[in-house]
Write a protein that binds this ligand. Structure first.
Ligand code: ME8
Length: 653
């Protein structure tokens, strides 16, 4: 029996509601858990919420509630979302749980007693978004690269963890265990951070500034730094120090995160664990996790998902339209684990129609319909094997091996691609074998039996292999095939070459697994929603041509920008997509309604005036970050441009 599998997601901050990114990580952890259960392994899967620290205290204050009330409310949203997405976590942990506070306190005391925590004065650049001090090296142009904000310089007396003492030990461990951090690009990133040398880690906040945290056991004037508190959740959930689950699951611990929190997980956490091991006089190996699995970011329309850009994707809304199963399949298949991916509903619909409706859905219904038409729905005794049957069986065996390998190394997209190569081959096998022709000649009955039998066995294998990603679809397929339920450990049976369906067993009429989505209808719905947004009556105040004060005018930020690119948008004859240099860190995308007045090439290089603080709006699936000013002349629109070349970013007053 293989090692028990323990998988964790990050515990999410309760300062924002769950979105596509959180859903993705948690679905990945769920798929990994379900895969290991299918393989016969013992599994424990933990997720939860991270509830202390500046960020949460600030968010609660803005809403006029206590941090605890606020944390209860948002934590509940995460907890209730997961079953809706068919997530099967064994534990939902909150950092405000009493047992967690107890564990954090004991670990702090041990590390302190072992001499790895000291008191000192420190000044540094603190990013509230990251909840940590950034080094000069990490900042870009004086800002946090992840949050685009200028960190606040803070100087105060605090407690520090001797993280720097563990630099060499951590480097050696990573070098000796090349897949400790995977995929490799993130391992390399961590090694280069270690090359630059580590600083000690500030692990306290004075209560004069922040009270929303766990008290330091050795100084009641301080609370614990949120990351030192949060990371320990992975141990609390197993009943550290001596709960049964600790001994069983910790040796096979794997963490799953996105690249944004690589440093806390690849550096803070293992060095904390090394220190804890040292404090207990045990080898570091006893405490280090097995793998850190790091995925990329979901972006929307090439932009980072953020509340201020108004492009946050809500998983439940998509699941309601397309079904949870299709949503889970899409995110798992579309994102190459480790790399960034761009989300669009159009892509989801395309994958749904091609992979689910066409490839899988068609194969399933055509095979079962033929079985019912030609053999009354009974799986036949197979006739003699021919080369094309052997070839398909060989492919199925290779796919099974690839499926396990890729799932074990968190390359879920590859595992799915491999299963779909088998589905594609099976569809071709149907075409080449022509069961409808075989049926016409009674002498060819054994051949038809063989084809139908092999296709049924193949569908049973597919049902088992898709179960981690689409559990309900898999069970539906298994039910129709007469397989009963797909039990834990069933993958191992397949790998032993055991046939899942006995000849003579009765199948049922197939339902349509994935009815095709009419893309025209989806587009029409999107266009209608856009039109509705365009024709919405303007707010009353704006409709009345009243005078405005200089202060009101001052709220509109007008800026000079240069058009870098201009392109037409398919099926939209009025608007152009522009990218503009407005003197900011990154070019802006703006959709302008000038397509009937300018050719795209006429605009490239032109200086224009934009409304820079307009709330972003989505037009034809593109997030427009502002508006280009144009005069409404008798012959159409005329873009407003400064009369002399002006530096980009200049204010217009
Ligand atoms: O960092 N694409 O919590 P958090 C993909 N509390 N994944 C995304 C994503 C995106 N655009 N946005 C968020 C914290 N995620 C800490 C963790 S753990 C001890 C403490 C997912 O709410 C992804 O898993 O900011 C990322 O690592 C996590 O949410 C960050 O969640």
């Amino acid at each position: 029996m293989s090692q028990p599998f323990y998988i964790t997601t990050p515990i999410y901050y309760v300062n924002a509601e769950p979105h596509l990114g959180h859903a993705y990580t948690t679905i990945v952890a769920d798929v990994a858990s379900r895969f290991h259960r299918l393989a016969g392994d013992e599994v424990r899967f933990q997720t939860g919420t991270d509830e202390h620290g500046d960020k949460i205290a600030q968010a609660a204050q803005e809403r006029g509630v206590t941090p605890q009330q606020y944390a209860d409310q948002i934590s509940g949203k995460f907890r209730h979302l997961w079953p809706e997405l068919h997530i099967t976590n064994d534990k939902f942990i909150r950092t405000t749980d009493a047992d967690h506070k107890q564990v954090v306190t004991s670990i702090l005391q041990k590390v302190y007693d072992a001499g790895d925590i000291y008191f000192a004065k420190y000044g540094g650049h603190y990013c509230v978004g990251c909840e940590r001090f950034l080094t000069e090296h990490e900042m870009e142009g004086g800002k946090c690269p992840d949050h685009g904000t200028v960190p606040v310089y803070q100087e105060e007396e605090n407690y520090f963890f001797r993280m720097s003492n563990y630099t060499e030990q951590l480097k050696a461990h990573i070098e000796a265990h090349p897949d400790f951090i995977r995929p490799e690009r993130y391992k390399n990133e961590v090694l280069s951070m270690l090359e630059q040398g580590l600083e000690d880690l500030c692990i306290s906040r004075p209560k004069t500034r922040l009270t929303w945290g766990i008290d330091l056991p050795f100084d009641p004037n301080y609370v614990t730094y949120v990351w030192f508190d949060a990371l320990i959740n992975y141990l609390t959930g197993l009943g550290w120090p001596d709960g049964d689950n600790m001994a069983k699951f910790w040796p096979g611990a794997q963490h799953l995160i996105a690249k944004d929190i690589l440093k806390p997980h690849a550096i803070f956490w293992p060095t904390m664990l090394m220190s804890l091991a040292r404090a207990e006089g045990r080898p570091a190996q006893d405490y280090l996790y097995q793998h850190l699995n790091v995925h990329g970011y979901w972006n929307v329309d090439q932009a980072k998902m953020s509340k201020s850009l108004g492009n946050v994707v809500r998983p439940l809304e998509l699941a309601e339209i397309y079904g949870v199963e299709a949503f889970r399949y899409f995110v798992m298949r579309e994102m190459s684990f480790g790399l960034d991916s761009s989300f669009s509903e159009q892509l989801l619909v395309e994958r749904y129609n091609s992979d689910l409706a066409n490839d899988l859905g068609n194969l399933f219904s055509r095979v079962l319909n033929m079985l019912h038409k030609y053999r009354g729905g009974v799986v036949p005794q197979p006739g003699p094997e021919q080369p094309q049957d052997a070839e398909l069986a060989k492919l199925a065996e290779a796919v099974l091996a690839e499926y396990r390998r890729e799932n074990e190394r968190f390359s879920f997209h590859k595992a799915l691609a491999s299963v779909w190569s088998l589905i594609g081959a099976a569809n071709k096998y149907v075409v080449v074998s022509e069961p409808w022709t075989l049926d016409k000649d009674p002498a060819l009955a054994p051949r038809l039996d063989r084809v139908l039998h092999d296709l049924c066995q193949l569908l049973a294998k597919v049902a088992v292999m898709i179960r981690p990603v689409m559990p309900l679809t898999a069970e539906k397929m298994a039910g129709v095939l007469g397989l009963g339920s797909i039990e834990p450990g069933m993958l191992a049976l397949l790998e032993k070459g055991q046939a899942l369906l006995a000849p003579g067993s009765q199948t049922h009429q197939p339902p349509a697994l994935f009815p095709r989505i009419d893309t025209k209808k989806v587009q029409a719905k999107a266009a209608k929603a856009e039109q509705k947004a365009d024709t919405k009556p303007a707010p009353k105040a704006a409709a009345e041509p009243t005078e405005i004060s200089i202060e009101q005018f001052g709220q509109v930020k007008l800026k000079v920008a240069t058009v870098l690119t201009a392109e037409r948008i398919p099926k939209a004859d009025k608007i152009l997509k522009l990218t503009l240099d407005a003197g900011e860190d990154e070019p802006r995308t703006v959709v302008a309604g000038v397509a009937q007045h300018y050719a795209p090439e006429e605009l490239v290089g032109l200086q224009v005036v934009i409304v820079a603080n307009l709330k972003p709006a989505k037009l034809r699936g593109i997030t427009s970050q502002g508006m280009v000013l144009a005069a409404v002349g008798p012959d159409g629109l005329c873009v407003v441009s400064p009369s002399k070349p002006t530096p980009v970013g200049s204010q217009v007053r």
